[in-house]
Write a protein that binds this ligand. Structure first.
Ligand SMILES: Cc1cc2nc3c(=O)[nH]c(=O)nc-3n(C[C@H](O)[C@H](O)[C@H](O)COP(=O)(O)OP(=O)(O)OC[C@H]3O[C@@H](n4cnc5c(N)ncnc54)[C@H](O)[C@@H]3O)c2cc1C
Length: 369
């Protein structure tokens, strides 16, 4: 067991939120990060990476590259009590402060090389296919359809979406613009239809042409397919523990204005797993991490009067969905935009340089900056 001595902060989940928190706290506390992967990744680059795997060289980053003064336990957390986290490798990790940052369920390989290889396999599958089926018309499905059709206008791309409009997280105007853009590029979009995800397989794509039948009885033939439906929140491991009572109907952890779970004095939650009433976005998960980082530094210095703790205020998120390399639809707090302008709002490098700077990562594994 890893024992603690008053200033141990255990962070469960090394995604956008947990990784940033670990990085900013490592010189102020005895930090332990528990994550089943040996690396941190920038998820919003993953769609483009299916067409151009070279981009992930800079976005799949070993935890060891930015955590120079923290311990990393490569395992899943499988249980917790009021002082210890239990991991899938049988190791227990004691804590003084606990931060839950497990985001959404997602199975990823443990090592960086295996992860990079996945993107190369996707690229090969797409390159070999003359027809591609995408299931799910949320931001990921729309971005993937747009990337594929811009890269290879001759491919037959079909997007099947269960709702009455694409991009339900955005305004009807933004949905209509995305639909118009995709249809103008000859992407077939089938709305209000579903395809049984189990019959379609849960993987990222399969080789060889296959017929898929939609809920409306239409047949879609495709050489490869991608399932881009939403993933549930990764709170299953907390059910049956003392934190189970703070999980809401959607699986999210109920936090207070200081991002503490319930009103527990030493347990926080950040990122997509929280019930903060706002769109689940990476840049907001980073803001959660910074608020909790400041609060933990206060609490580590002293018992910290309650009124000094920083508050997190939910924001109306700005959401930008890219449509290939130049266009995008953007939902800003007071308007929606479509075309080249939002394509500028979200820079061409998809905030990779900015995120790397935040994580204090200079240069890259192959020498570029
Ligand atoms: C394709 C795509 C495009 C996106 N585009 C944007 C965008 O343009 N802008 C934007 O701001 N946001 C975007 N988002 C949303 C953004 O990525 C998420 O809001 C953000 O990743 C949430 O961060 P998180 O740290 O809460 O969770 P995650 O990033 O999901 O990280 C969760 C971490 O927890 C780990 N974990 C899970 N279960 C356990 C366990 N039991 N024990 C230990 N570790 C565990 C996982 O391995 C993972 O490392 C996009 C998301 C996707 C998938």
């Amino acid at each position: 067991m890893l024992r603690c001595d008053g200033d141990r902060v255990v962070i469960v989940g090394g995604g956008i939120a947990g990784a940033l928190l670990a990085k900013t706290l490592q010189n102020h506390a005895d930090v332990v990060l528990i994550d089943p992967k040996e690396y941190f990744e920038i998820p919003w680059v993953n769609v483009r990476a299916k067409l151009d795997p070279t981009v992930v060289e800079r976005t799949v980053i070993p935890h060891a590259d930015y955590l120079t003064d923290a311990k990393v336990v490569t395992a899943k957390a499988v249980g917790v009590d009021d002082s210890v986290v239990l991991t899938s490798i049988g190791r227990t990790v004691g804590y003084d402060f606990l931060v839950i940052a497990t985001g959404r369920t997602c199975t990823r390989p443990q090592s960086r090389p295996e992860r990079l290889e996945m993107f190369h396999r996707d690229k090969d599958r797409i390159a070999a296919a003359s027809s591609v089926l995408i299931i799910g018309g949320g931001p990921i499905g729309v971005e993937l359809a747009a990337e594929i059709i811009m890269d290879s206008p001759d491919k037959r791309v079909t997007l099947v979406h269960g709702g009455p409009r694409l991009l339900m997280v955005m305004s009807p105007r933004a949905s209509a613009k995305a639909l118009e853009w995709l249809r103008s590029k000859n992407v077939t979009v089938l709305l209000d239809q579903t395809i049984d995800v189990d019959l379609a397989g849960t993987g990222d794509g399969h080789d060889g042409q296959r017929d898929f039948t939609t809920s409306a009885g239409e047949t879609v033939s495709a050489d490869c397919h991608f399932v881009c439906t939403g993933r549930p929140v990764a709170s299953g491991w907390l059910r049956g523990t003392f934190l189970g009572e703070y999980i809401d109907a959607e699986g999210r952890l109920v936090v207070d204005e200081h991002l503490r779970v319930g009103r527990l004095k030493n347990v926080f939650a950040i990122g997509d797993i929280t019930d903060v009433p706002e769109a689940k976005q990476g840049y907001l998960a980073q803001r959660h991490a910074m608020v909790v980082s400041r609060n933990l530094r206060l609490l580590l210095r002293s018992a910290g009067p309650e009124h000094k703790l920083h508050r997190y205020k939910a924001s109306k998120a700005a959401i930008t969905v890219t449509l290939g390399r130049r266009d995008a639809v953007s939902e800003l707090p007071f308007m929606s935009l479509v075309g080249h302008i939002p394509g500028v709002v979200k820079p061409r490098d998809l905030y990779v340089s900015r995120t790397r700077r935040m994580m204090g990562i200079k240069g890259s594994r192959n020498g570029e900056s």
